[in-house]
Every structure is written in structure tokens, then in C-alpha cells.
Design a binder for this molecule. Structure first.
Ligand code: NDP
Length: 323
């Protein structure tokens, strides 16, 4: 089979198309013939060894395709099922062995690129808006990178829940996209002081929650944008890691809450996974949720997808199509 081979950590040039044997599933696993793979920032973190992995580095954390074979103890899916998943590495390939407990069946008329695009960022937006800080009607939230993959979905789900949503973006073109997702206000955080804007828009109060995927460049001002006892969900670091932090700061800024959540802890059981994935896929199916695929690339050009993502050139999801 064809696979993106990464022999050692480094830049996108380390990602080469190569041949490898088709993997063999274990008793609780399924062999999936992949047709599409999502591209996520976490793939970059594994590529550069910010997140550790064995060599050669296996890339790709979400995919969609057809179950080819299942292990003896698998009950969740059967050969021939159209499925999608997130959080198992190895989706930059024609075949992947995936824990069956992570697989969900996809609606008949949802195509593979859209299904692959929805899983990781869709379930992330779901847990952030429904669990980490469960938004309710009248709440206010600030969403960074609101035209991005995760950000665009958070904006849409926050609006479904009745919140007032402020979104930050780097360009006017991205602002239009964020407004298209439903953002009530957009802030060009490359030109405007977003903390001052949030204070102005909330009459000095601050927002109830900040969903921050940007990290280093936004962290401090995100805390300053919260109301007393507001919650900061720092879930990513597309601008770099936040430096070491003194918890007393949270007291000084109004008894704030700070959490650094990740998807794995919010799909802790099969039931929870099916709830989140089921909501995301059914909302897409009914048109309530729009997953915006910005660009697709053939598997062989996966390195270009990484270049575009890291260069901040993207507005939504990047997907690899797999021959
Ligand atoms: P995005 O589609 O949001 O792309 C990144 C965006 O971040 C850019 O388009 C850009 O938007 C913004 N950005 C700000 N500063 C920079 C910078 N210096 N370099 C690059 N981009 C920058 O990516 P994802 O939705 O895939 O992921 C965003 C972050 O969220 C990542 O850190 C990812 O690991 C994390 N994440 C965490 C999860 C979790 O469960 N904890 C799950 C999913 C993602 P703009 O130009 O508008 O500023």
C-alpha cells in the first residue's frame, strides 16, 4: 500500500510517499481501506517531534473509508461498513488498523472527504461548547482563529446553543468566513487589541468563556477578556506553547478557571464518543452544521497541506484524498 513515510522529525520535506505492507488487525481492531484523511495541527506536532512518536513517524489522526476486515472480538462494525474515526494515528495511508471502539458508521450520502473532515475538529468543538463550558442562551464567548478548522465549528455550535459569539481572525477575508459561520462580531487581532474590543463589546464585563487554540500570542489577553470567574479553555497552540504560568495570576484577574483539555478525555467511553460523533454527523446530514473543506490534496502531496497549514494560509479543513 501507499503511505506517507516520515523517517525522522523535521520539515514537510521529510514526508515522502512510499510503499509499505498492509497492516494486520488485532482482535479488537478493524482494517479500514481509507478514502480520505483529515489534516490537523497535531500531525505537524508529531512531524516535528513536539509530540513524541516512534520512528518512522506515523502521521494522520482521522480518516474515513470502508471496513475491510475485523478482529475476532469486534462487535462495533463489520466488513463493508462505511466508517470514520479520529484519534488513532496512521491515516496518511491507503490502509489503517484502527481500534474498533473508535469507529463510527457514517450516513449513506455523506462522502468520505466530508466525513474525514468532521471527526476530530467536530468532536472537539462539541466537547468544548457542550461540556468544558456548556454554553447556554445569553452566554458570551470569544473564539480565536474563528475561520479555522476547529474555530469555525465552535462558532457554529455556540450559535446553535444561543450564545453571543465574538471571533478573532487575521484578515478581512477570514472575518467574512467567520461571520458566515455565525459570529456576531469579528475582531482582526492582527490589527486591533482584542482585549479592548471584548471589553467594549461587553460593556466592560468580559466574556463568560474563551476558546483559545492559538496559545502563546493570545493567552494573556484571553485571560484579561474574561469576566470574574470566567473560564479559559486553552485547547491548542498554533502560535506556539504558552510559557510557564503562576496560578496566582488567576486570582488577580478575578478567580478565573483555566483548563487545558484534549479530545481523548472527552470521549472517554464508547457512549460519549457516539454522542459527540452522532451529533456532528447528523447535524451535517441535516445541513445545520457546515464543515468547510478549504482544500483537498492527493495523498502524495500531503507535505503541501502541512506547508499551507503552518503558513496560516488556510480557512477551514484540509483533506487528503487517498487513491
Ligand atoms: P486551524 O484551522 O485553526 O489553523 C490554525 C489557525 O491558527 C490559522 O489559520 C490562524 O488563523 C491561527 N494562527 C494564529 N497564529 C498562528 C501562527 N503563528 N501560525 C499558524 N497559525 C496561527 O487549525 P486546527 O483547527 O487544526 O487547530 C488549531 C489548534 O487547536 C492547534 O494547536 C491544534 O493542535 C489544536 N487542537 C486541539 C484539540 C484538543 O482537543 N485539544 C483538538 C483539535 C485541535 P488566523 O490567520 O485567523 O489567525
Amino acid at each position: 500500500m501507499k503511505i506517507i513515510h516520515v523517517p525522522e522529525p523535521g520539515g514537510p520535506e521529510k514526508m515522502q510517499l512510499a510503499d509499505a505492507p498492509v497492516p494486520q488487525q488485532g482482535p479488537k481492531q478493524a482494517l479500514v481501506r481509507l478514502h480520505a484523511s483529515g489534516v490537523n495541527f497535531i500531525d505537524v506536532y508529531f512531524r516535528i517531534a513536539l509530540y513524541k512518536a516512534d520512528l518512522p513517524i506515523t502521521l494522520g489522526s482521522e480518516g474515513a473509508g470502508v471496513v475491510e476486515a475485523v478482529g475476532a472480538e469486534v462487535t462495533e462494525v463489520a466488513p463493508g461498513d462505511r466508517v470514520a474515526y479520529a484519534m488513532s494515528r496512521g491515516s496518511y495511508a491507503q490502509y489503517a488498523v484502527v481500534p474498533a471502539a473508535l469507529l463510527v458508521k457514517i450516513p449513506d450520502h455523506l462522502d468520505f472527504p466530508l466525513a474525514a473532515a468532521a471527526m476530530l475538529q467536530g468532536m472537539t468543538a462539541h466537547y468544548l461548547t457542550h461540556s468544558t463550558y456548556a454554553l447556554k442562551k445569553g452566554d458570551t464567548c470569544l473564539v480565536h482563529a474563528a475561520a479555522g478548522g476547529a474555530g469555525g465549528l465552535i462558532v457554529q455550535m455556540a450559535k446553535m446553543l444561543g450564545a453571543r459569539v465574538f471571533g478573532t481572525v487575521s484578515t478581512e477575508q477570514k472575518a467574512q468566513i467567520a461571520r458566515g459561520h455565525g459570529a456576531d462580531e469579528t475582531i482582526l487581532y492582527t490589527q486591533q487589541d482584542f482585549e479592548a474590543e471584548v471589553k467594549r463589546l461587553t460593556g466592560g464585563r468580559g466574556v463568560d468563556v474563551v476558546y483559545d487554540s492559538v496559545g502563546k500570542t493570545t493567552f494573556e489577553k484571553s485571560l484579561n477578556s474574561l469576566r470574574p470567574r470566567g473560564l479559559m479553555a486553552l485547547f491548542g497552540q498554533s502560535s506556539g506553547a504558552v510559557p510557564p504560568f503562576d496560578p496566582n495570576t488567576l486570582n488577580g484577574k478575578g478567580s478565573l478557571f483555566l483548563t487545558r483539555p484534549s479530545l481523548g478525555h472527552y470521549v472517554a467511553t464508547r457512549e460519549e464518543l457516539l454522542w459527540r460523533a452522532g451529533d456532528v454527523l447528523s447535524w451535517m446530514d441535516s445541513g445545520r452544521l457546515k464543515v468547510r473543506i478549504d482544500r483537498t490534496y492527493p495523498l502524495a502531496d500531503a507535505a503541501d497541506a502541512h506547508r499551507d497549514l503552518e503558513a496560516r494560509r488556510t480557512t477551514g479543513k484540509l483533506v487528503l484524498t487517498i487513491p
